[in-house]
Every structure is written in structure tokens, then in C-alpha cells.
Design a protein around this ligand. Structure first.
Ligand SMILES: *Cc1c(COP(=O)(O)O)cnc(C)c1O
Length: 409
């Protein structure tokens, strides 16, 4: 593909107008929206209104007058289409890590007659650590970790809960949500899906796929802002029988009766714990409003084209540069990213950042590029490929200044 052909794709892109809703630094090609989504005008406006008017002038009245108390539901409503789930089955609360802990401990209590928690070796670290910790808390289960491709056949009658990332953070490989869930249910197991790299990236149908439990991030593809609150989903049939192990007052049926005894709220409201971080929720709510007019099938289609655009550089001009594409080429088997392995991934990533292309590095040797169709153009991906080819041809990445390590990659 030439740059002109990429520009021609942009001219007919049904999502092209959305780029103007974001505040992208001039001249930068941002391929890290899968790690921290960019600022939208809507998120900025919501945060400013929240700080200046609601907090600044409304003060405590804003819990009622600005509806702060309803933010977990309001944000949940805006996620319904993206998750393929009913709004009353979704809440926004806490972080992905904490939601995982809450839901997993609850699911294990329900499945106390079974021994095993099944997860994937190489799953995102928080998922591994929290799965171990939640299992220790109950003391009746043991964790079994198996490879990506072995998950389905490893599900048997001993499995209490399967804990999986739908899209793998390093490789971008995607599990078949419907098939894994079906297999688990056939064995009497529950599945808890981590949708950190799925929500806003790939079409989801939690209700249609009969998903039990799901959690996910607000700050990645959803663009809610650094550390934005996370979401959780609980299937309607499980809502009355699962108990939140962190039973704080915001999950009480009537928090403002200040009762001495905990009584869980009905439905998914019991999954709230304490006072929500209102500023973060308001930013997220603003960011989610951008999605109101977006068709996720347009997003998926454009993501596939962006992938092909970048893969063409790796297969073509960069064929001899030592990159190995690790993300599956089949669009339904992957999320919205391109990951390649290279022994010098770290300095190459740093040299790219200096050249205005922000991707990221995942230890030990993965160069990762997030594909975010709402604001990325085909020419951006073309230019990124060209700059990478230039860095490799010149050997500029070998420069000493690109070797230094940093705390956050
Ligand atoms: C990013 C990510 C998380 C992050 O969890 P936090 O609690 O927000 O830090 C969790 N799981 C997966 C799979 C992720 O990619």
C-alpha cells in the first residue's frame, strides 16, 4: 500500500469524524491507546464541570443535584451496547484488580464443592496474583495454569471458575468467548472474563454468549483517563446468589440509613464498596459519550484494515529486520493491536517514541502497537511503519541514549 492509498481509505472511513473529538498532540502518532486512551473534549468538559461547578460550587449538594450518586449506573448504561449486555447488569466501580477479587471470591464461595481455579499461564500479572490470593482466601481451591491453546480441553468437572483475559495483553490473541463459556457450563464451571483489552476494541455479546462474570478497564480503549474506574458485569441469574466479600456501605441496600448490619443491595449495586471517585467517574462518563454514535462493527472493520496496514510493513520493507509478528492474523482470533517480537524491542521502542510514534514495550521482547480506530488514521499507521523502517535501516536505535530503562514501560 502507498501513502496515497492509505489516504484514500481515510477519505471514505465512516469513523473519520471521531478523530476531531480527541485532543491529540500535533505531529504525534499515538499507538498506545490500548494502555492509556487519549483525552477527548467530552472527558475534559465533564471533568472541568465536575471540578469547577459540581464540586466547586455545588459542594455536597452535588451528590443529589448533579446525580453523583448515580454515576456507577450512568456509566454502566453507556457501556451496555459496547458489552452487549443490559444496563442493569453492569456497574462501574473500583479498579479491574479489585473487581476481579470481589467477583472471584464470590464465585468460589458458590462453587465450594469444586477444587480448581483454571487460568492461563502468562495471563496479565494482576489476574494471576489476584487469582492466587482469592484462592488462598477461601483455602478450598487450587489454581491450575495452562497454556492459551489448552484452556478448553483443561476444563473439567473439578473446575470451579475459569479466569481468563479475553484478549491477551502481550500477544493480542483472543479466546472464543462463546465456545469457552459453553464448554465451562457443560462441566458446571463458571467463567470470569477480563475484558481490559476487549471493551471498545472488539464486538462483545456478553448476554448472547451467556457470560457469567466480566470485569474490565475504563482507561484503555474506553479513554476514561489515567486510573479511570473499572466496570463489572454479573449475569442476572447470579446476581442474587453472589455475595461481595468487600461489603462496604455503598453496596448496602440502604446506605443512608447507616444501619449497624450489612444488607446487600439488590442486583449489581451490591458490587459497589465505598464512595466512588467522582472526578474519575465523570471523566469516564464524558469519554463514554463519544461511543454513543459509534458502531463497533465499523471499529472492528477498521481495526482489521489498520492491522493489515502495519503488518504489510513488517512482512515487506521490514522483512529482514528481525521482527516476528506474534498477534494472530485472523481478525476474529485477535484484539485490536499488533505485537511483534524483536530481541532489541526496548531500544527500538525508545527510538520510535523519539520519532513521534508512541507504542510500548512488554518485557522481555515485545513491541506493542495499539490500534484505536476512533482516532487513528490509515496514514498514521502508514507513517508509523515508514518511521520504523527508517529507524531500522539507519540503525539509529543502537544509540546509547535509547538503552536506559524506565520505571513505567
Ligand atoms: C490493564 C489490565 C488490567 C489492569 O488492572 P488495574 O486494576 O486497572 O491496574 C487488568 N487486567 C488486564 C488483562 C489488563 O490488561
Amino acid at each position: 500500500m502507498s501513502r496515497e492509498e492509505a489516504a484514500a481509505l481515510d477519505a471514505v472511513d465512516p469513523l473519520r469524524a471521531h478523530r476531531d473529538q480527541f485532543e491529540l498532540p500535533e505531529g504525534m502518532i499515538y499507538l498506545d491507546g490500548n494502555s492509556l486512551g487519549p483525552l477527548s473534549h467530552a472527558a475534559r468538559d465533564a471533568a472541568q464541570t465536575c471540578i469547577g461547578d459540581e464540586w466547586g460550587r455545588g459542594l455536597i449538594r452535588s451528590w443529589n443535584t448533579a446525580g453523583w450518586v448515580d454515576l456507577p449506573q450512568r456509566c454502566g448504561r453507556r457501556l451496555a451496547d459496547l458489552l452487549g449486555a443490559a444496563e442493569q447488569d453492569i456497574r462501574v466501580a473500583d479498579s479491574t484488580s479489585i473487581n476481579l477479587y470481589k467477583l472471584l471470591v464470590a464465585a468460589l464461595a458458590l462453587q465450594s464443592g469444586r477444587r480448581t481455579v483454571l487460568t492461563e499461564a502468562g495471563n496479565f500479572p494482576t489476574d494471576l496474583y489476584i487469582t492466587d490470593a482469592a484462592t488462598r482466601a477461601g483455602a478450598t481451591h487450587g489454581v491450575r495454569r495452562v497454556a492459551f491453546d489448552e484452556i478448553e480441553q483443561a476444563i473439567d468437572e473439578t473446575v470451579a471458575v475459569v479466569v481468563l483475559s479475553h484478549v491477551h495483553y502481550r500477544t493480542g490473541a483472543r479466546h472464543d468467548m462463546a465456545a469457552v463459556t459453553r464448554r465451562a457450563h457443560a462441566c458446571g464451571a463458571l467463567v470470569l472474563w477480563d475484558l481490559a483489552h476487549s471493551a471498545g476494541a472488539v464486538p462483545l455479546n456478553l448476554a448472547g454468549d451467556d457470560v457469567d462474570l466480566a470485569i474490565g478497564c475504563g482507561y484503555k480503549f474506553l479513554n476514561g483517563g489515567p486510573g479511570a474506574p473499572a466496570f463489572l458485569y454479573v449475569a442476572p441469574g447470579l446476581q442474587p446468589v453472589l455475595e461481595n466479600p468487600i461489603c462496604g456501605w455503598f453496596g448496602h441496600a440502604r446506605p443512608f440509613e447507616f444501619d449497624d448490619v450489612y444488607e446487600p443491595a439488590a442486583g449489581v449495586d451490591r458490587w459497589q464498596v465505598g464512595t466512588p471517585g467522582v472526578i474519575g467517574m465523570r471523566s469516564l462518563e464524558g469519554a463514554l459519550s463519544v461511543w454513543d454514535s459509534v458502531s463497533i462493527s465499523d471499529v472492528a472493520e477498521k481495526s482489521a484494515a489498520l492491522f493489515d496496514g502495519l503488518a504489510a510493513w513488517i512482512d515487506g520493507p521490514l522483512a529482514d529486520a528481525g521482527f516476528e509478528l506474534v498477534t494472530p492474523r485472523d481478525p476474529v482470533r485477535r484484539g485490536s493491536q499488533v505485537s511483534c517480537r524483536h530481541p532489541d524491542a526496548w531500544p527500538i521502542c525508545q527510538a520510535l517514541i523519539e520519532a513521534g510514534v508512541i507504542g510500548d514495550f512488554r518485557t522481555p521482547d515485545i513491541l506493542r502497537f495499539g490500534l484505536t480506530p476512533l482516532y487513528l488514521r490509515h496514514v498514521d499507521v502508514w507513517d508509523a511503519g515508514a518511521r520504523l523502517a527508517q529507524i531500522m535501516a539507519s540503525g539509529r536505535w543502537r544509540d546509547a541514549r535509547f538503552q536506559a530503562q524506565q520505571r513505567v514501560t
